[in-house]
Write a protein that binds this ligand. Structure first.
Ligand SMILES: *[C@@H]1O[C@H](CO)[C@@H](O)[C@H](O)[C@H]1NC(C)=O
Ligand SMILES: *[C@@H]1O[C@H](CO)[C@@H](O)[C@H](O)[C@H]1NC(C)=O
Ligand SMILES: *[C@@H]1O[C@H](CO)[C@@H](O)[C@H](O)[C@H]1NC(C)=O
Length: 243
């Protein structure tokens, strides 16, 4: 149900790329409703995976986040092997609130990765584990938002070393043996006061508990301290092959 509209969107995009053509009425419906469907789908999946309210308080996303490596892509709860996620991914943000998904703000965003299931979902005594913080992430200027985003925009993606400000270096997911599936949660934050100035973010003094020293201490506390509000999310599962 969630994949179908994006497939239709993708065909429509291909139609557009291949020159002027008239889309069939059946193909225009997902395009009109696409944005709000994407946003609802993100929230629904976050609730289903109990990321809302465990990691983040309930919110309605306004951006979609694509996270990808050369061969894999995060798709709201798919499972990816640790060996495929060793390097920092490429990320793209799409504004889902503007009618044609054009970037409407000059804000820069912050993207984080947290593991609330360290060392396991049943025993989160090291939770949350901070895996990544990058700032200075800007919106994609692409005209159409496709979610999940196909691999056609790789050159335009935000990458570490090309404008991204890495506050906490990428620590690849490394779920220990026999700890089941971990949720790896990517969150997008915006400055609460809407400032377009560079942000001066604090760096957690530890990855474990995001430096709060408390079980379950995590990205929520860090975001609050830095006056950031959640505006988007994506997540995957990963597990050790020894179970
Ligand atoms: C974004 O920045 C550009 C160039 O500085 C400016 O022309 C534009 O009005 C800004 N847009 C918003 C929404 O502030
Ligand atoms: C933020 O991005 C802009 C534009 O890509 C770049 O000029 C600037 O150096 C970046 N700032 C940091 C702190 O990385
Ligand atoms: C916005 O909040 C940041 C802290 O996140 C602060 O440093 C900055 O001065 C504030 N800017 C304005 C215009 O209020």
């Amino acid at each position: 149900m969630f994949l179908q509209p994006s497939t239709a969107l993708f065909s429509l995009l291909l139609l557009k790329l291949s020159g002027p053509s008239i889309a069939l009425p059946t193909e225009q419906i997902p395009l009109q409703n696409g944005a709000s469907d994407n946003i609802q789908a993100v929230r629904t999946e976050l609730i289903k995976a109990e990321i809302i309210p465990t990691v983040v308080d309930d919110f309605l996303p306004s951006l979609t986040l694509s996270v990808s490596w050369s061969k894999k892509e995060v798709q709201l709860g798919n499972t990816i092997k640790p060996k495929h996620v060793q390097d920092a991914p490429s990320i793209t943000l799409h504004d889902e609130t503007s009618p044609d998904s054009h970037a409407t703000s000059n804000l820069t965003y912050v993207v984080t990765l947290t593991d609330p299931d360290a060392p396991s979902r049943d025993n989160p005594k090291w939770s949350e584990m901070c895996h990544w913080i990058v700032a200075n992430v800007s919106l994609s200027q692409d005209k159409y938002s496709i979610f999940p985003i196909p691999f056609i925009n790789l050159e335009e993606m935000n990458k570490v070393g090309e404008g991204l400000d890495e506050v906490m270096e990428w620590k690849p997911p490394g779920p220990p043996p026999k700890t089941g599936k971990h949720r790896y949660v990517f969150l997008v934050y915006a400055p609460r006061n809407g400032t377009q100035e560079p942000l001066h973010l604090t760096k957690p003094k530890d990855r474990q508990h995001w430096g709060t020293g408390e079980e379950r201490g995590g990205v929520r506390e860090w975001a609050k301290e830095n006056e950031l509000v959640p505006v988007g999310a994506n997540f995957m599962y990963s597990l050790n092959k020894k179970q």
